[in-house]
Design a protein around this ligand. Structure first.
Ligand code: GSH
Length: 231
């Protein structure tokens, strides 16, 4: 049994996409990040970066104590290795999956996250910051579109690289992008959206909390953090 510490955001959805595809038994432990639950000591013990998702695997391969993991890319790799699915098996194919997973973790996720921040949440509209991240989003969509030319999925067959990337494309309108400008991304997006596991993963997310409007209280918690804690 796997405990998934989760809130329905793009990084959270990555993990339910995997668990639903693989048919793994898991239990969702909600971490209401807008209410500050990511600062609970029990959660910080498994996720010291005060960010979800995190998992605890109570039945690791080979037995022994439970293993806890934070960082969605590390979780996807762990699960892909454990269940032997959604990752290339020979050296070249595995390296390709890992490289595109890291592209999502180091580029697509952080840049689109800043796009959301400056477009939707920043108290002042700073044109330089908005342009910077909308343009970078556009560039990254272009990279993904070229990669998907002649391929059904990022590495050929459906993998953890797709599961990491898809949830970040879901809010494409809020990111100032049009899918028609990226026909390969559009085809890929529709194909993943129609997968039964994707439908179930997002339905479970909606049951937990959905994408509620960000309250002023939540903004203070999420955007006022320093090394000393909340500002
Ligand atoms: N690099 C991390 C990022 C996770 C992340 O940013 N999670 C956000 C929600 S999408 C969060 O938990 N935020 C809580 C906070 O900002 O305090 C990962 O991929 O797991």
């Amino acid at each position: 049994m796997i405990d998934l510490h989760y809130w329905p955001t793009p990084n959270g959805h990555k993990i339910t996409l995997f668990l639903e595809e693989a048919g793994v038994e898991y239990r969702i432990v909600p971490v209401h990040i807008g209410a500050g639950e990511q600062f609970q000591p029990d959660f910080l013990r498994i996720a010291p970066n005060n960010r979800m998702p995190a998992i605890v695997d109570h039945e690791p391969v080979g037995g022994g104590e439970s293993i806890s993991i934070f960082e969605s890319g590390a979780i996807l790799l762990y699960l892909a290795d454990k269940y032997g699915q959604f990752i290339g098996t020979d050296l070249r194919a595995r390296t390709e999956t890992v490289q595109w997973l890291m592209w999502q973790m180091g580029g697509l996720g952080p840049m689109l996250g800043q796009n959301h921040h400056f477009n939707m949440y920043a108290p002042e509209k700073i044109p330089y910051a908005i342009d910077r991240y909308v343009n970078e989003t556009n560039r990254l969509y272009g990279v993904l579109d070229r990669r998907l030319e002649g391929r059904d999925f990022i590495t050929g067959s459906y993998s953890i690289a797709d599961m990491a990337s898809y949830p970040w494309i879901v809010p494409y309108e809020r990111q100032g992008q049009k899918l028609e400008d990226f026909p390969n991304v559009q085809r890929w997006f529709e194909a993943i959206r129609a997968r039964p596991a994707t439908v179930t993963a997002y339905a479970k997310g909606a049951e937990i909390g959905g994408q509620k409007l960000m309250t002023e209280e939540a903004k203070k918690i999420l955007f006022g953090q320093t090394a000393k804690g909340l500002g």
